[in-house]
Ligand binder design. Structure first.
Ligand SMILES: Cc1cc2nc3c(=O)[nH]c(=O)nc-3n(C[C@H](O)[C@H](O)[C@H](O)COP(=O)(O)O)c2cc1C
Length: 209
């Protein structure tokens, strides 16, 4: 099969790196933040439940507050914006609202919507481990979509797990049901970053059956 790269997505995947040194003089507008989140929320979620939440931290006072909760990682202060990317627990209480517009726009029938609401309720209501798995899955798919979208918009990024999730949840008044999964710094590159890091060969990570 001949795979063409008509949209440039493969170039973006091939060239993305996690950036450590950001240009601290460059900012982005709230309009750009909104544009980035519109691309980010094109990521898939189970049953289209969209169990995610984002905080865009971009003022210097709030960035310093977040840096202190991210073990002093300087990129949180230097990047134009850092997103707190969370997944939400209890998808059974979100699904009806999440599917409202699909019903209204006739993308899904009432019968299909009712079936999905039932399925989500049956699958997740008594299963806190699956709720947490789904929160992390949805947030992770959003985070990757955000990083690739940022690249396509001419920016760079870095995912971070080095932060205090309980401290961040409290300091930034995240919803009760939020599980902060990752921080994503987004902005513009300064000098002195690593080149792209090589990957383990397919022969070690891939089984084809
Ligand atoms: C879940 C996750 C957490 C990470 N946490 C941090 C972090 O706290 N600080 C940091 O500098 N890099 C962090 N990274 C970046 C990784 O070190 C980086 O993705 C990895 O070395 C591969 O490099 P690349 O993204 O440039 O290909 C994290 C990456 C992921 C996926």
């Amino acid at each position: 099969m001949n795979i063409t790269n008509s949209t440039g997505i493969l170039d973006t995947i091939n060239s993305r790196r996690s950036i450590n040194n950001f240009n601290s003089t460059k900012t982005i507008t709230e309009a750009k933040i909104n544009e980035l989140i519109r691309y980010t929320t094109k990521a898939p979620t189970a049953f289209n439940v969209q169990n995610w939440h984002f905080v865009a931290v971009h003022t210097s006072e709030q960035k310093t507050k977040l840096k202190n909760l991210a073990y002093g990682q300087q990129k949180v202060e230097d990047a134009a914006v850092t997103f707190i990317v969370s997944g939400l627990l209890e998808p059974q209480n979100l699904i009806k609202h999440s599917l409202d517009s699909s019903l209204k726009d006739n993308v899904l029938s009432q019968e299909m919507v009712d079936g999905w609401i039932n399925a989500v309720s049956n699958m997740y209501s008594d299963n806190p481990i699956l709720q947490r798995d789904e929160a992390i899955r949805s947030a992770s798919l959003a985070a990757m979509t955000m990083m690739l979208s940022a690249e396509a918009m001419g920016m760079v990024s870095c995912p971070l797990i080095g932060f205090d999730p309980n401290g961040v949840k409290e300091a930034f008044s995240l919803p009760e049901l939020a599980v902060p999964a990752m921080l994503i710094t987004v902005g513009f590159e300064a000098d002195g970053n690593w080149p792209q890091k090589p990957r383990i060969d397919n022969t070690e990570v891939l089984t084809i059956v």
